[in-house]
Write a protein that binds this ligand. Structure first.
Ligand code: ADP
Ligand code: 5GP
Length: 189
């Protein structure tokens, strides 16, 4: 297996972290790409675990220094990006990289990595279910949830036809099994 990447994109709340977490638990050769962000840590999040946390000024400085493979201002004032050093760190261990990234970022990464990449779009069965899941997760304010839901519809439209695989996350155990299969097939290639 040489320098492969698996990209997961989805509107927030569709179940990306849940499915990615499951895959990381069963495939030791997969390693999560820790993104840099300028948003504040949520709950117990720690620098170097869920994200590398920086201020917006530090983030802009790193953009100037060309430190990113890609970056996006995913929400107004909140930057997220993949550091070149992170890609090198994971490939140096002989691992395949797993990205959990917004829809635009996923399309950009697929363009950059081409056949080295499998890009998977995770979709909730409906926008109402997406909202319910975000409420149930209990990590975002009402306002942030509405922002994320509003963004989801345009993300789904934008994503159409741009990913290698679309995974509908309705029943979770079915979705996990489907994700296992598509990723295993790709890693074997
Ligand atoms: P994302 O990473 O895409 O923002 P999460 O993985 O955090 O989404 O999932 C959002 C919420 O929905 C979480 O509370 C998670 O436990 C729940 N969830 C994920 N998949 C399902 C599913 N198939 N059915 C019901 N709830 C789910
Ligand atoms: P959250 O704030 O919920 O952790 O993430 C918000 C969004 O930013 C999610 O859609 C997540 O996938 C996306 N994201 C995380 N890391 C990156 C990254 O490195 N680049 C881009 N473009 N988006 C990212």
């Amino acid at each position: 297996m040489k320098n492969k990447v698996v990209i997961f994109s989805a509107p927030s709340g569709a179940g990306k972290s849940t499915i990615v977490g499951h895959l990381l638990g069963i495939h030791p050769e997969l390693e999560f790409s820790i993104s840099a962000t300028s948003r504040a840590p949520r709950g117990q999040e720690k620098h170097g675990v869920e994200y590398y946390f920086y201020t917006a000024d530090q983030f802009r400085q790193m953009i100037e220094e060309d430190k990113f493979v890609e970056y996006e201002e995913v929400y107004s004032g909140s930057f997220y990006g993949t550091l070149r050093s992170e890609v090198e760190r994971i490939w140096a261990k002989g691992h395949a990289i797993v990205f959990d990234i917004d829809v635009q970022g996923g399309v950009n990464l697929k363009r950059i990595f081409g056949d080295q990449a499998l890009s998977v779009f995770i979709q909730a069965p409906s926008v109402d279910i997406l909202r319910e899941r975000l409420i149930g997760r209990g990590t975002d304010t009402e306002e942030a949830i509405e922002r994320r839901v509003a963004k989801a519809a345009s993300e789904m439209e934008f994503a159409s036809g741009k990913f290698d695989y679309v995974l509908i996350n309705d029943d979770l155990s079915t979705a996990k099994t489907e994700a296992e299969k598509v990723v295993s097939d790709f890693l074997k290639k």
